[in-house]
Design a protein around this ligand. Structure first.
Ligand code: UD1
Length: 432
């Protein structure tokens, strides 16, 4: 299994380009199931979660061609198996996104139940309840969701909780349903808007995406188009936290600053000077240490839960005391134990992590437990004295495109140690 070695102590400095958003690319790939015509998707990030999705589609019978610059062409005219197996779904919960499109387009689907994960139980009951209200017959048997419908019909759906993939699944299902579906308490995330833009360009009639009430007028069919994925606001935010923690100065290209206002506000509060121009953003800490901040995670436009772990790492070395409250997921503080091993002064009170910044963290071997927790450990490594070894980095590869290369471009000392397989010695790829 690959590991990352980080030697702390250098401020991040330089320029990098931000990749397309994983959480926008996954639902758009699922949306290709809604048409027989070829779709071309640009600005797709090169990530494990993307290859898991293309493998899922390919196993169903879709033909996928990779063009230069991660442009994917997906042709679902030969789809045969409306089936998402456990071995793929268990590695990526977002596989549940194929359920709505398969039901809407083919009237049947068999998708493994995702099960629990490191950040809490994360059920899919709201997805299933919405599809049932649209006329689907759904049974859960032997760990699989088995769903059928002649043609889905419109319904007024009141989502009990704000759910991002739930909103996306039901919005996709509603595009081909009979009548006008209303989604109340819908997620307002930019990735939901990107999906709605893509679906509308395919011929869907969706109004209100980006607000909490989405209205979808069902149509008979959708057609193929070319769609470019929006930039990844979480990837961008992670590098900005890294620059803030290290007292650095970086320029990010291909970003969309107005999707990141809650994070930028907290970085400014921490002492960062931020300038945005068109698709670029420059952050300068002028060599200063950050100040601790208080954060409450919430659905968009609130502070994203996917940035919580990175800000916990920031607070652990900041001036003063900070409180970080996680309100979206239960049990999303697995990184705290690892940060404590690096010398952080953090304590958990209910769902709030309270920190008193320490002058320095100390490098240590640490274990990544989920995608964003892993990123927070890399950031901690950037400011730690000595060497930090981050194990189980397959989590990072799910969501960060070549993190070690991008950080090296920003001057960090980081290298990937390729995992040992029987009969071979581990190889070091020295990027720093
Ligand atoms: C998506 C993102 C993930 C992000 C999360 C919250 C993708 C691929 N993933 O995950 O990166 O951390 O939004 O911004 O876009 N819930 C239920 N029942 C359901 C659905 C959700 O109880 O049927 C609960 C969850 O357990 C959680 C909350 O609702 O407590 C929000 O989850 P949700 O927005 O659905 O997260 P995901 O869509 O899985």
């Amino acid at each position: 299994m690959d590991r990352l070695l980080v030697k702390g102590g250098r401020p991040l400095s330089g320029e990098i380009s931000i990749s397309g958003a994983k959480n926008a690319a996954l639902p758009v790939l699922a949306a290709t199931l809604l048409t027989d015509e070829a779709m071309v998707i640009g600005n797709v990030p090169y990530l494990h979660d993307i290859t898991t999705t293309t493998e899922l589609l390919a196993r169903m019978g879709s033909r996928i061609t990779l063009h230069e610059q991660m442009r994917l062409e997906v042709d679902n005219s030969t789809l045969q198996h409306m089936y998402a197996p456990y071995e793929l779904v268990r590695t990526m919960r977002a596989s549940i996104l194929v359920l709505g499109p398969l039901l809407a387009r083919y009237g049947r689907a068999e998708v493994s139940l995702p099960g629990g994960c490191a950040i809490g139980p994360r059920p899919v009951d709201l997805h299933l309840r919405g599809l049932r209200a649209m006329g689907a017959e759904i049974e859960v048997e032997n760990g699989y969701i088995k769903a059928r419908a002649r043609r889905l019909r419109a319904a007024e759906l009141n989502l009990e909780l704000v759910t991002v993939t739930g909103t996306e699944n039901l919005m996709m299902a509603a595009t081909l349903a009979q009548g006008t579906t209303v989604l109340n308490n819908a997620a307002r995330e930019p990735e939901v808007i990107d999906l709605a833009d893509c679906l509308n360009a395919m011929g869907a009639r969706i109004d209100g995406a980006g607000g909490d009430r989405i209205v979808v007028q069902g149509v008979d069919s959708l057609h193929g188009i070319r769609h470019d994925i929006i930039p990844d606001r979480i990837e961008a935010g992670t590098y900005l936290v890294g620059a803030t923690m290290t007292g650095g100065r970086i320029l990010l290209r291909n970003i969309c600053a107005n999707l990141m206002q809650s994070v930028l506000a907290k970085l400014r509060e921490a002492g960062a000077e931020i300038l945005t121009r068109e698709n670029n953003l420059e952050l300068d800490m002028r060599g200063r240490k950050p100040r601790a901040v208080n954060v409450h995670t919430a659905p968009f436009p609130g502070f994203p839960t996917d940035m919580q772990a990175q800000f916990t790492a920031l607070n652990s070395i900041a001036e003063g005391t900070g409180a970080i409250t996680e309100q979206v997921f239960e049990n999303r503080f697995m990184h705290i134990q690892e940060l404590l091993r690096m010398g952080a002064n953090l304590r958990l009170e209910g769902n709030t992590a309270i920190s008193r910044g320490v002058p320095a963290l100390l490098g240590a071997p640490v274990m990544a437990t989920d995608l964003r927790a892993s990123a927070s450990l890399v950031l901690a490594g950037l400011v730690a004295h000595g060497e930090t070894q981050i194990n189980r980095i397959y989590h990072i590869d799910r969501g960060y495109e070549t993190i070690e290369e991008k950080l090296s471009l920003l001057g960090a000392r980081i290298q990937r140690i390729f995992g040992e397989t029987p009969g071979t010695r581990s190889r070091r790829r020295n990027i720093a």
